[in-house]
Design a protein around this ligand. Structure first.
Ligand code: MGD
Ligand code: MGD
Ligand code: MO
Length: 785
């Protein structure tokens, strides 16, 4: 037992701008850590260039003209370096470490073991993964699939990096097998954006292009931290600020990237550290209260309208295009101000600052991300944004529209390609193209798959990327579910906790990363992706594959399909994956909008999928854009509880942890931390640096605990707290979700904190030891970490 030298995670809330020299230095350090300087930089040079590789970092689009020679960012570089790492998890590695040992490691440690080099299998009752040939691996999985009593005993998860080509084949295979069980990371992410926008505007995607940011007078950024998660967006925002556009941020945290920014490629500001101011108005509401804030804004618009005789709302647009105006106005009038100010913790005059910007602006874009989509009323959050835009006709004209900023680089494309637990609208064309009958029943999404798994209802589970265990809510229940699956197959580049948590047989199938050359019988291949603004373009890797045994994701799907479907279901799988042009030809015949796919995607910057809302065509049930009433649910919590929201640090990509610093928030060398307001700390008799156990209070009455977090005093609104995803996922009850989209409400979990149980303060300040101790503590309490 030893006493920690420095029990307090260092917290330095400096006011330096985002970007600049520290961003460049951090990139170089990461490349060095991964031993990736040479291949990494080669990959970086072609990142997000025409004919280059699409950055796996995020889904923010590249400018279609005038790309700078280095169109990448610090966190994009980290994502590339992580893939181009020189480290390898070889068969010898698996021989050295039993699966029991691997289960006791964190995602962070597992990731650091590097790229998996060969297909591996963990047989029932065995303690170690051992190598298996691809042919045997496909045969084993194929046999298991053929032996299912019912195809709905299989589930196929997708993470949003999967290319269009791989995704199209994957959903084709699953549907030929007879299931729509396609849970995907989108279910945990922007599902609510899709559901909300479909209801109001008839299409579940953003309706702006990058060029619109050059024309907007005002840009709202709600529940998004672009400095960390979409750093290239800061360049766009900086340009908008410089030409005088106003930027309104709505976020319980004052995120540094939203305050000021230095472009790392501008030499002067990089050296002086003087940044461009980003947000001109910054509202800090309590988490979960965005509907209230947005309704407050709309009430103030109504007031102004009544004073100013009808010049605030766009009545011409509303008359021609909208339903529900009178009902919306009546609801706004009936909503008392006390409700709005109590829920949000903001005053009327604070909200008025944002309203004034909105009224002044002739063209407004509203951007949002997880701060809006991960709530029990997430769809209402999106609808409220949509109402705000529609009232002033801010859709379907230059410089205006909704902009859900997607996460994974191809999460939008995967959905377009049919990764969806409900049958896509073009299902009949798919059936005609491939001569089969596809299932019409809805399948399982993530939240619905978890209890079915825990009940033993899933007999075959495949993941195409991602980290199902750590990314999903209710880690403990997911762990129980994974332990009951007789055969799991994980297509991946690196190891994570999902791969070592299966109870039955498990196979790990290592695939090529996006930065690597994909050489098939028909020559070197490229794949395609769709960014957050519906631009479809190509991506071609140039790095040497991490191991000669790796296969591309499309060829893995083809190999499995041939083994699982009698006669391959009559599909020429080998031909399709010999030359991906053939997959794209099939897509062009099946999915509307992809006509002449192969020639259009070879245009220098790809092509844009048509967005009906951007043309003021409303594919809704009413044929119009719908203004929809959003109730303001009570957010009052029992005394002593805090509203916990989970966030990403600057040194992670979802469940992949690059390092232990969160530079912009000034938190160093710690991830098991809980950010709390000074008063909330004092009221509980705690002080900064104390160890606490965090308990959540779900409606199901089940106890969930995340042990061993350090208290950090931080500028969060009183009554709320923040902790990092995925460490805090154990606290998110699977039933706490938005009912319409099934998106887990990981941004508002009622919690209490109490001093950690005895024995905790001997852990030491070393994060690895903290993690180990947490794993051990959770084994005792039955919770997962
Ligand atoms: N480097 C890096 N890039 C990434 C990722 C990554 O992990 N690392 N992840 C990718 C993925 S998949 C996604 S989806 C995106 C995620 O991108 P973001 O959505 O920016 O990610 P989060 O950290 O979840 O941040 C949510 C923001 O919402 C705020 N917030 C929390 N609750 C509320 C609320 O109730 N109301 C409001 N208005 N704000 C709130 C938080 O303070 C935080 O600033 O990033 C993508 N890009
Ligand atoms: N509490 C809480 N939970 C959340 C969130 C939150 O904000 N709070 N955010 C949610 C969101 S927005 C999302 S999108 C999900 C993310 O959920 P996922 O997409 O499931 O998780 P990732 O961490 O992005 O997946 C990383 C893994 O993908 C694999 N991988 C990486 N590159 C490749 C590749 O090229 N090919 C293949 N086949 N595999 C690869 C590696 O094994 C790596 O470990 O998490 C969600 N969970
Ligand atoms: Mo996401």
């Amino acid at each position: 037992m030893r006493t920690p030298p420095d029990p307090q995670p260092r917290h330095d809330p400096g006011a330096k701008p985002a970007g600049g020299m520290p961003a460049l230095l951090s990139t170089m350090r990461q490349l060095a850590r991964e031993k990736a300087i040479v291949p990494g930089t080669a990959a970086l040079r072609v990142l997000n260039q025409e004919h280059g590789v699409d950055c796996p970092g995020c889904a923010w689009p590249e400018p279609r003209e005038h790309r700078s020679s280095f169109e990448f960012c610090e966190n994009g570089a980290k994502a590339v370096a992580a893939e181009a790492t020189g480290k390898r998890a070889t068969p010898e590695f698996f021989a050295r470490h039993s699966v029991e040992e691997l289960r006791h490691q964190s995602d962070w440690w597992l990731e650091q073991q590097g790229r998996v080099t060969q297909p591996m299998i963990l047989r029932d009752e065995s303690r170690h993964f051992v190598p298996i040939s691809w042919d045997d691996a496909f045969a084993r999985a194929g046999e298991a699939l053929r032996n299912l009593e019912n195809p709905n005993q299989a589930a196929f998860y997708t993470s949003g990096r999967t290319s269009n080509e791989a995704a199209f084949l994957y959903q084709l295979f699953g549907r030929m097998l007879g299931t729509n069980n396609f849970p995907d990371c989108s279910n945990l992410c922007h599902e609510s954006s899709g559901v909300g926008l479909k209801q109001t505007m008839g299409i579940g995607k953003g309706a702006v292009q990058l060029e619109d940011f050059e024309k907007a007078d005002a840009i709202f950024i709600i529940g998004q931290n672009p400095g960390t998660n979409h750093p290239r967006m800061l360049t766009t925002l900086q340009a908008a600020r410089r030409r005088g556009a106003e930027i309104v941020a709505i976020n319980p945290l004052r995120e540094r990237g939203l305050l000021s920014f230095v472009h790392p490629q501008e030499v002067g500001p990089t050296l002086t550290g003087k940044g461009t101011e980003i947000a001109t108005v910054y509202l800090q509401p309590l988490p979960g209260s965005d509907v209230a804030v947005l309704k407050g804004m709309m009430k103030q618009m109504l007031d102004a309208e009544r004073r100013d005789r009808g010049r605030v709302m766009d009545h011409g647009f509303i008359r021609a295009h909208c339903t529900g105006y009178d009902e919306l106005v009546a609801d706004l009038d009936a909503t008392p101000w006390t409700q709005i100010t109590e829920q949000s913790g903001l005053t009327q005059s604070e909200i008025l600052k944002a309203t004034e910007v909105y009224i002044r602006s002739r063209a407004t874009i509203v951007c949002w991300a997880m701060g809006l989509t991960q709530h029990e009323n997430a769809v209402d959050n999106i609808i409220a944004c949509s109402n705000l835009l529609l009232l002033r006709g801010n859709v379907g004209r230059p410089g205006a529209g909704p902009c859900p900023v997607r996460g994974h680089s191809n999460v939008q494309g995967d959905r377009t390609m049919g990764i969806d637990h409900t049958p896509p609208p073009w299902i009949e064309a798919l059936e005609r193209e491939f001569g089969f009958r596809a299932p019409r029943d809805g399948g399982l999404d993530v939240v619905n798959a978890i209890p079915v798994m825990a009940d033993g209802g899933i007999r075959f589970f495949m993941t195409m990327g991602g980290n199902f265990l750590s990314a999903s809510p209710d880690t403990a229940m997911v762990g129980e579910g994974l332990a009951r699956i007789p055969l799991s197959v994980h297509v991946t580049t690196k190891l994570n906790r999902t791969h070592v948590s299966g109870g039955g047989e498990v196979m790990i199938w290592p695939c090529l990363g996006r930065t690597e050359t994909d050489l098939r019988a028909g020559g070197e291949q490229f794949v395609t992706v769709e960014d957050s603004m519906s631009v479809v373009h190509s991506s071609q890797g140039r790095n040497r594959p991490a191991s000669p045994h790796l296969r591309s994701e499309p060829s893995i799907v083809a190999g499995l399909a041939k083994a699982a479907l009698p006669d391959g279901g009559g599909v020429e799988w080998d031909a399709l994956v010999a030359d991906y042009d053939r997959i794209r030809d099939a897509i062009s015949r099946v999915i509307p909008g992809f006509e002449n796919f192969n020639s259009r995607v070879r245009e220098p910057a790809g092509f844009v999928l048509r967005n009906t809302a951007a043309h003021r065509e409303w594919k809704t049930e009413t044929g119009k854009a719908n203004l929809v009433i959003t109730p303001t649910p009570s957010l009052r919590l029992p005394a002593g509880q805090l509203r916990l929201f989970t966030i990403r640090s600057h040194d992670q990509y979802n469940t992949t942890i690059y390092g232990l610093d969160d530079r912009y928030r000034g938190i160093k060398q710690a991830r098991r931390v809980i950010l709390m307001h000074a008063d909330d700390i004092a009221e509980r008799g705690l002080k900064a640096g104390d160890w606490v156990d965090v308990r959540s209070h779900g409606a199901d009455g089940r106890e969930r605990e995340a042990p061993r977090f350090r208290v950090v005093e931080y500028d969060v609104p009183k009554g709320s707290a923040a902790a990092y995803f995925p460490e805090a996922n154990v606290l998110v009850p699977v039933g706490s979700r938005d009912r319409r989209s099934n998106t887990p409400s990981s941004k508002m979990i009622p919690v209490t904190v109490q001093p950690a149980r005895a024995g905790v303060d001997v852990v030491g300040a070393d994060e690895r030891l903290v993690h180990r101790a947490a794993v051990e503590a959770s084994n005792l309490t039955g919770a997962a970490v």
